[in-house]
Write a protein that binds this ligand. Structure first.
Ligand code: FMN
Length: 202
């Protein structure tokens, strides 16, 4: 039976420990990455990159940069979401992509290009980073939902040292690690019910 999106939300929870021996198939990983690719973002600029780590030694190292949280070390795969800060270049790349390299089509997109550039120019670099990180979190949400649909467990991780991970992964300084997503298969069952403030609180 196909479960609905809402039922999937009841199935998922933030897993604290994964079965180190169970690996996600390539097919499922591709589908999770597809959910990130299809995420709607501001201007469609997808201002992020995602690195997939599966080497167990690398995972242990990154666990060390994540306040030793076990789920980072014993997951099947770790998705490292980094916000991009090179947005002017990204706009040029977007316009090239959207126009398919056709000069005439490119001309018709220049107005949109100006709107995007105007937005970037109106923001400080700190504001642009916040904006890019916001887009990362939309992608995170889509990935969390895709994982649940595929019956892949996950746990978003904001508790880590971005500088250490940027250095370890040899990321260019324009990429700012923003959130981690270890994925795999749960070894425990949730002990307590979900803690939620309730609809009246929304
Ligand atoms: C952006 C973000 C960062 C998070 N960081 C951590 C973390 O560092 N460690 C952790 O165990 N859980 C982390 N969580 C998981 C939340 O604690 C969890 O989703 C929340 O308590 C709700 O529980 P549930 O996911 O089981 O429904 C994070 C979740 C999000 C969305």
């Amino acid at each position: 039976m196909i479960m609905s999106f809402l039922e999937n939300l009841d199935w998922r929870y933030a897993v604290k420990s994964f079965d180190i021996d169970k690996k996600i198939t390539k097919e499922k990983l591709q589908k999770i990455l597809y959910s990130i690719e299809m995420t709607p973002t501001s201007f469609g600029l997808e201002p992020y990159r995602v690195d997939v780590i599966e080497n167990s030694e690398d995972l242990k190292k990154i666990q060390g940069f994540s306040f030793n949280q076990a789920q980072v070390g014993n997951c099947s795969h770790l998705l490292v979401f980094s916000a991009r800060t090179d947005i002017m270049d990204r706009i040029d790349a977007y316009l090239q992509l959207a126009s398919g390299g056709d000069k005439e089509v490119l001309k018709t997109l220049e107005g949109y290009g100006d709107v995007m550039r105007g937005f970037v120019q109106s923001q400080s670099s700190e504001e642009i980073l916040v904006w890019a990180k916001n887009q990362v979190h939309i992608a995170l949400g889509f990935a969390l939902a895709a994982c649940a649909e595929l019956r892949v467990d996950s746990c978003a991780i904001g508790g880590f040292l971005p500088d250490k991970i940027q250095e370890f992964l040899k990321l260019d300084e324009k990429f700012i690690p923003t959130v981690l997503l270890p994925i795999g298969f749960r070894v425990e069952n949730p002990k307590s019910k979900k803690v939620r403030f309730g609809l009246d609180d929304l």
